[in-house]
Design a protein around this ligand. Structure first.
Ligand SMILES: [Zn+2]
Ligand SMILES: [Zn+2]
Ligand SMILES: [Zn+2]
Length: 135
């Protein structure tokens, strides 16, 4: 495990400058190239790994490992990526989404769906940022 020393800056902007800012995908902060990522709050539960609520409101009794989706185990126990949201969707909706990522990963198809809905709720155009992120 590598130590993470990332700083996340949150910049609040109005929808108009947001549109023009979306045309560039990087900003320079302290001479450091920082990727721009939109911030819309997607509720993601760190306890059970599902979307739509936070750990505070979680009704699950057993916490799940966000990486493999199984009931929580020791951190040093190796496990492989298996997104619990995507594997549930795959079996429920007969889909074939990739599941080799952890729950809450920013490229998780289900996370995208949730974020898209959050964008629409906030009145922003989700397409602008999706082009930036997926390019
Ligand atoms: Zn939960
Ligand atoms: Zn695990
Ligand atoms: Zn997923």
């Amino acid at each position: 495990m590598k130590a993470k020393s990332e700083t996340h800056w949150v910049i609040e902007i109005d929808p108009k400058s947001y549109e023009s800012l979306a045309k560039i995908s990087y900003v320079f902060i302290n001479f450091k190239k920082c990727p721009l990522e939109p911030f819309v709050s997607v509720n993601h539960c760190k306890k059970c790994g599902k979307y739509g609520h936070t750990a505070k409101r979680c009704t699950e009794s057993t916490p799940k490992c966000l990486k493999c989706g199984l009931s929580s185990h020791d951190n040093d126990q190796p496990c492989s990526f298996n997104c619990l949201n995507c594997s549930t969707n795959n079996s429920k909706l007969k889909r074939n989404e990739p599941t080799n990522h952890k729950s809450g990963y920013y490229r998780c198809p289900e996370f995208h769906k949730q974020r898209r809905q959050a964008f629409l709720r906030s009145g922003h155009d989700p397409g602008v940022w999706e082009r930036v992120i997926l390019s």
